[in-house]
Ligand binder design. Structure first.
Ligand code: ADP
Length: 191
């Protein structure tokens, strides 16, 4: 199985590149951000809970996020691989993911981290806020809080996989096609 973590700060292009990756490699896409937005649009209890964190640019608590993720993985036993987008965002989530995959006799193949400077991220997200309707993209202070949560809570996930020699940095500035070329250079030898 090709089990990939697509990693990087908010606005680094994970969603865009995830689409390219699933089109080429045919693996299952799991985005926890998309799952929370789906719950929210259906006004479920989970959606309401997630909203109270998302609106502030904070992380939804690990227990809730991990349970939701595990359910989605368990619902797809025949996937030939999975791309995790927006998960894991804490070391506790990474440990839970590794344990889940180990229980299925598989593991994370690699983590690809899209590297983009902070001011470029803020500009991209504000721009996305004009068209996406995402509340968390409209306010610069919420955007900056998400980036600082990334540096505080999420960046250690890179180090966690780096210690296992599984983390790779990719330059995330440039054309979408050029960035996808760099991603393919990393993934093609693995499939
Ligand atoms: P972005 O990468 O642009 O911040 P996402 O769509 O991945 O956007 O996530 C939006 C919000 O959903 C996050 O700011 C956070 O509140 C919540 N969220 C998504 N994934 C997770 C996660 N793995 N753990 C905790 N909260 C999450």
């Amino acid at each position: 199985m090709l089990n990939l973590i697509l990693f990087g700060p908010p606005g680094s292009g994970k969603g865009t590149q995830a689409e390219n990756i699933i089109a080429k490699y045919g693996i299952l896409h799991i985005s926890t951000g998309d799952m929370f937005r789906y719950e929210l649009s259906n006004n479920t209890e989970l959606g309401q809970l997630a909203k109270s964190y998302m609106d502030k640019g904070e992380l939804v608590p690990d227990s809730v996020t991990i349970a939701m993720l595990e359910k989605r993985v368990n619902e797809n036993p025949d996937a030939k691989g999975i791309i995790f987008d927006g998960f894991p965002r804490t070391v506790a989530q990474a440990e839970a993911l590794d344990a889940l995959l180990a229980s299925k006799g598989t593991e994370i193949t690699t983590l690809l981290s899209l590297e983009v400077p902070t001011e470029e991220l803020v500009a991209r997200l504000l721009n996305r806020g004009h068209s996406s309707g995402r509340a968390d993209d409209k306010d610069e202070s919420i955007i900056r809080n998400r980036i600082s949560v990334y540096h505080g809570d999420t960046k250690p996930v890179f180090d966690y996989y780096d210690e296992k020699r599984k983390a790779i940095s990719i330059q995330g500035v440039g054309s979408i096609d050029d960035i996808f070329c760099s991603i393919q250079e990393q993934l093609d030898p693995l499939v």
